[in-house]
Design a protein around this ligand. Structure first.
Ligand code: ADP
Ligand code: 5GP
Length: 198
């Protein structure tokens, strides 16, 4: 069976990654969305094992020691990491994998797996990003300011990504992500392997 591809989606907190990816998952089949582990507290409505694996710091450290992460990073005072085994199982089962991870994690994954496709999602403006973060109502003003500061630093790395999507409307962003994933499956090497295997 043909192995799936890995797609990294990075972008500022509050830009709409979860919103857009949830809509994308409804449109595209054969995709596994990687559930990360984190030491941050769950937001209202977030479920353990669905949105994140919520771990205490000691457990997170034991996962690091046991080499359970494909990558991990610190982000605004908490740890976040991608559990390796589910990603590998999905890819081996022929599914594409989407990782919603920040830029340090993206660098780690790409250095281990250079065939990973990296997509940066940006807001239409900084004012709109601040509005979305405030409107979401899940973070204190202090946390929002920290996330905005981090967003501006992350934005400086956006040119190193393979694709740049602006989330002006959810519909536009989903359409572009869907198109990118389809295009990545039209690369000659993958297509030619299919034919030569017949
Ligand atoms: P992220 O996962 O990037 O942190 P979320 O998906 O939680 O961001 O979205 C942050 C807020 O912005 C949410 O309240 C969401 O409903 C809203 N949002 C997402 N995409 C759009 C959009 N295209 N236009 C307006 N609001 C949006
Ligand atoms: P949030 O707290 O808003 O859910 O996520 C904060 C940031 O952590 C976002 O930029 C998100 O992409 C990133 N993130 C989520 N999971 C992971 C992960 O497993 N690894 C890394 N490196 N970043 C992650």
């Amino acid at each position: 069976m043909k192995r799936g591809k890995t797609f990294i989606v990075s972008g500022p907190s509050g830009v709409g990654k979860s919103t857009v990816l949830n809509a994308l998952l409804e449109r595209r089949s054969n995709v596994y969305f990687s559930v990360s582990a984190t030491t941050r507290d769950p937001r209202p409505g977030e479920e353990d094992g669905v949105h994140y694996h919520f771990l205490d710091v000691d457990t997170f450290r034991s996962w690091i020691v046991n080499d359970e992460f494909l990558e991990y990073a610190e982000y605004v005072g908490n740890f976040y990491g991608t559990p390796k085994k589910y990603v590998d199982a999905a890819m081996n089962g022929g599914k594409d994998v989407i990782l919603d991870i920040e830029v340090q994690g993206a660098i780690q994954v790409t250095s281990k797996r250079p065939d990973t496709v990296r997509i940066f999602i940006a807001p239409p403006s900084w004012a709109e990003l601040e509005r979305r973060l405030t409107e979401r109502g899940t973070d204190s003003q202090e946390k929002i300011q920290k996330r905005l500061l981090r967003a501006k630093v992350e934005f400086q790395t956006a040119h190193t990504y393979d694709y740049f999507v602006i989330n002006d409307t959810v519909e536009n962003a989903v359409r572009e992500l869907d198109a990118i994933m389809t295009a990545e499956h039209c690369k000659p090497r993958e297509r030619m392997e299919i034919i030569s295997g017949r």
